[in-house]
Ligand binder design. Structure first.
Ligand SMILES: [Zn+2]
Ligand SMILES: [Zn+2]
Length: 349
C-alpha cells in the first residue's frame, strides 16, 4: 500500500508542469533540527560604510537622502537598460538573440541598518508592501515594460552583498522564464475550469490543513505540495487578484502580517537570521486582461538542518530532477509548531 510519507515518489508542480522527486525513506529516523549557538550577528543601527544607509554616498557620488521610511533608487549597476537596441534578424535558428529592454531598482525597506523583515514591525512591513505596489504601477505603465519582478535576496549565503534590509525590482520587456511557465499553466487551468489554479489549490490546502503554516483573513502561508527547497513556502492571496497594486488595504495589511509570521518562524527554526530568495509572481503589465493570474509569493530558503548546513542543487538535481528527503508535510509541521515570537526577543524576555 503506497504511503507518501514512506515511499519514494514524484510530485507534479501544476504551476510549472515540472516534477520533483521525494525520498522520505531517507529521513525516517526522528529528525531533529540542530540549533547551533552561533554568536548573534550584531549590527549597528547606522553604518557609515553602508551605501544603503540614509545620508551615505553611493557609487558615482550620488548621496542617499535622510530617508525615514522606504527608499527607492535606480540600481547603480543595473542588469537591464531602457535604451538597448531591438531585435536583430536571426542569422541562424540555433543562434537566436533578442534585445531586452528593462529597468532595475533597489528598495531599502527601512533606514535601520540592523533590521530584517523578520525584525521589522508589521506596520513598517506594510509600508514596504505599499512601495512594492507603487513601483509595480510606476514601472508597469511604461510601454516597453511587460513584466515587473519584485524580489528580495537575503543573507550572505544567497550572495546578498549588503545586510541592510533591501529588495530589488527588475522590470523587463518580456516575461521571465519562471513567469512564462506559470502564465501558461494558469491560463490553461482558467480556460478549463473558469477559476484560477491557485484559488482551487488554496481551497483544497485549507481543507486538508497538513501543509498550512499560518493564515489570516486575506492570506495563507503554506509549504507547497511540490516544494523543492526543504522549507520552501508559498504565500497565496485569498482573493484571486492578479497584482500587488490591485490589493485592497485590508489585503495589504494581511500580506504584511503574513510576511511577518513567515520570516519570524524562519528565524526561529535554527535560531539564525534565515537566508532566502523571495519574490512575487504577478500578472504581466502589457495592458491586457489576465483573469487567470493569481498573486502569490515564493520563499526559497537554502537551509536544510542547521544555520550552516544548506541543501545543494547538484548532481542528480542539475542533470535529472530536483529531489528532497523530508516531505513538505514534515517541513510544514516543523514551521507551524514554532513560536511566532522572534527568538531574540523571546530570550531577552
Ligand atoms: Zn545600511
Ligand atoms: Zn509563482
Amino acid at each position: 500500500m503506497f504511503d507518501s510519507s514512506q515511499h519514494p515518489h514524484r510530485r507534479l508542480n501544476p504551476l510549472t508542469n515540472e516534477w520533483i522527486l521525494v525520498s522520505p525513506h531517507r529521513a525516517k529516523r526522528p529528525w531533529q533540527g540542530q540549533v547551533e549557538d552561533l554568536p548573534p550577528e550584531i549590527r549597528p543601527v547606522y553604518d557609515p560604510a553602508c551605501y544603503l544607509c540614509p545620508g551615505n554616498e553611493r557609487a558615482g557620488g550620488k548621496v542617499n537622502p535622510a530617508y525615514t521610511g522606504t527608499f527607492v533608487f535606480d540600481n547603480d549597476f543595473p542588469a537591464l537598460l531602457p535604451d538597448t537596441p531591438g531585435d536583430e534578424p536571426p542569422a541562424h535558428p540555433l543562434f537566436r538573440i533578442q534585445g531586452e529592454r528593462g529597468l532595475a531598482r533597489v528598495i531599502c525597506f527601512s533606514p535601520r541598518h540592523d533590521l530584517t523583515l523578520a525584525e521589522m514591525d508589521p506596520a513598517d512591513i506594510r509600508a514596504v508592501v505599499n512601495t512594492w505596489a507603487e513601483q509595480t504601477e510606476d514601472l508597469g505603465r511604461r510601454d516597453f515594460i511587460g513584466y515587473v519582478q519584485v524580489f528580495e535576496n537575503r543573507g550572505a549565503m544567497m550572495g546578498a552583498s549588503n545586510p541592510h534590509p533591501h529588495g530589488q525590482i527588475w522590470a523587463t520587456e518580456r516575461l521571465p522564464r519562471e513567469v512564462l511557465k506559470e502564465d501558461s499553466a494558469q491560463r490553461d487551468y482558467y480556460a478549463a475550469h473558469g477559476r484560477t489554479l491557485l484559488a482551487d489549490y488554496l481551497d483544497e490546502e485549507r481543507r486538508r490543513g497538513e501543509r498550512v503554516i499560518y493564515a489570516n483573513e486575506t492570506w495563507t502561508v503554506l509549504v507547497p505540495f511540490w516544494a523543492i527547497w526543504p522549507f520552501e513556502t508559498l504565500l497565496i492571496a485569498h482573493r484571486a487578484t492578479g497584482s500587488i497594486p490591485a490589493l485592497r488595504p485590508d489585503e495589504r495589511d494581511g500580506l504584511a502580517d503574513a510576511l511577518h509570521h513567515v520570516t519570524v518562524r524562519y528565524d526561529n527554526l535554527f535560531h539564525t537570521s534565515f537566508p532566502y530568495s523571495m519574490g512575487f509572481h504577478q500578472a504581466p503589465t502589457d495592458g491586457a486582461e489576465h483573469p487567470h493570474w493569481h498573486l502569490h509569493a515564493h520563499f526559497y530558503p537554502p537551509l536544510l538542518r542547521s544555520a550552516t548546513v544548506k541543501k545543494h542543487m547538484v548532481g542528480y538535481e542539475m542533470l535529472g530532477t530536483p529531489q528532497r528527503d523530508i516531505t513538505p508535510e514534515q517541513a510544514a509541521a516543523r514551521l507551524r509548531d514554532l513560536s511566532d515570537q522572534h527568538y531574540t526577543k523571546a530570550t531577552k524576555a
